[in-house]
Design a protein around this ligand. Structure first.
Ligand code: BTN
Length: 334
């Protein structure tokens, strides 16, 4: 966090008053030029700050973006979000961390207001316009074997779902493994990437995208995607949502490191949209159909197949099967 800009905001936040440039210089112990530059930077971050020659400065509005000045004061995390880096625009927050895995510590978090090349699973594009959503990636360095790392995407799903619930979206559900949906439409997605040696994970990147205040969707997404704003009928605070995700990820990750997956899984099972539904899952070479029972303690999706046997699925794209409908006869008019 930029210390001077935080202190400028604190000085301006005492009420709807003008604060003279001389007073700012005196309280902060910096030059007039520095104050001027930092005020300009804050304005660019979206803060409403008026400047008038004889009056000085006045704060007229805070920014709606997840800048460190807004998010860091809300963070009570031990690992996640430390350090916290923000960009107005970036290629992709996942790609940013991919290039800096060795240099950055566990917990390092990068947040962007928009992405030029946001990616989802299967290399799909992730729509990432500015000023409306959450796009963030977190770097983890768990000391485990590569087999144990993929379920971290479930840990992230539990954290995102808890954050969405905490902001009023209690009806949001998880679609295994890690899509967050609202009445069948996608609210948030998670992209989990890993770098590992044969017997040891080097780093995991959890990329999280949440449609927060998006209301104008491109045509290709209108049928399948929604946002918290659409779901709740009111806008949500992007800094508060960002801080809530990081807070819950800090707790879920600590629980996973200590006790493994059961904590996250039992929460996800209570809020799963698949339980009891007929699904089909595309595997590498075939497709499996069955009734989804639950997420197992090791993160697999348990299916009951047509012959009554069970099968645990490790990964795959889940499709809901439509319930068989009895065709209505159209009455003949003779
Ligand atoms: C999916 O559901 O397909 C996963 C979507 C993940 C999108 C996020 S946005 C932040 C991070 N950066 C990316 O390029 N992707 C992830």
């Amino acid at each position: 966090m930029n210390d001077i800009s935080t202190r400028i905001l604190a000085a301006l936040s005492t009420g709807d008053q003008w604060v003279s440039s001389a007073r700012m210089v005196g309280t902060l112990g910096v030059s007039r030029m520095t104050v001027c530059k930092q005020v300009h930077r804050l304005q660019q971050l979206g803060y409403g700050i008026e400047a008038a020659p004889r009056l000085g400065y006045r704060l007229t509005g805070r920014t709606a973006r997840a800048v460190p000045e807004e998010v860091e004061p809300l963070l009570r995390t031990r690992v996640i979000g430390r350090p916290y880096q923000y960009f107005a625009e970036i290629d992709s927050t996942n790609a940013f961390l991919r290039g800096r895995m060795d240099a950055l510590p566990e917990g390092a978090t990068v947040v962007a207001d928009s992405q030029r090349g946001g990616r989802g699973r299967l290399q799909r594009e992730w729509f990432s316009p500015p000023g409306v959503n959450v796009y963030l990636s977190v770097l983890l360095k768990p000391a485990v074997s590569p087999m144990l790392a993929p379920p971290l995407s479930l840990v992230a799903a539990a954290a995102v779902l808890r954050a969405v619930h905490s902001l009023g979206g209690a009806e949001a559900r998880v679609k295994w493994p890690n899509d967050i949906l609202w009445q069948g439409k996608k609210l948030a997605g998670i992209l989990c990437e890993m770098r590992a040696e044969a017997d040891r994970v080097q780093a995991v990147i959890l990329g999280i995208g949440v449609n927060a205040n998006l209301t104008a969707f491109p045509e290709t997404l209108t049928r399948t995607a929604t946002s918290l704003h659409e779901a709740l009928g009111r806008p949500v605070s992007v800094p508060a949502l960002t801080a809530a995700i990081l807070h819950h990820l800090d707790e879920e990750y600590a629980s996973w490191s200590r006790d493994g997956l059961p904590g996250s899984v039992s929460f996800l099972n209570r809020h799963s949209m698949l339980a009891g539904r007929e699904v089909s899952i595309a595997l590498l070479h075939d497709e499996v159909r069955g009734r989804a029972e639950c997420i197992t303690e090791d993160g697999m999706l348990r299916l009951i197949l047509a012959d009554g046997s069970t099968r645990d699925i490790t990964s795959g794209e889940v499709q809901l099967c439509r319930p068989a409908t009895t065709r209505k006869r159209t009455p003949r008019h003779e």
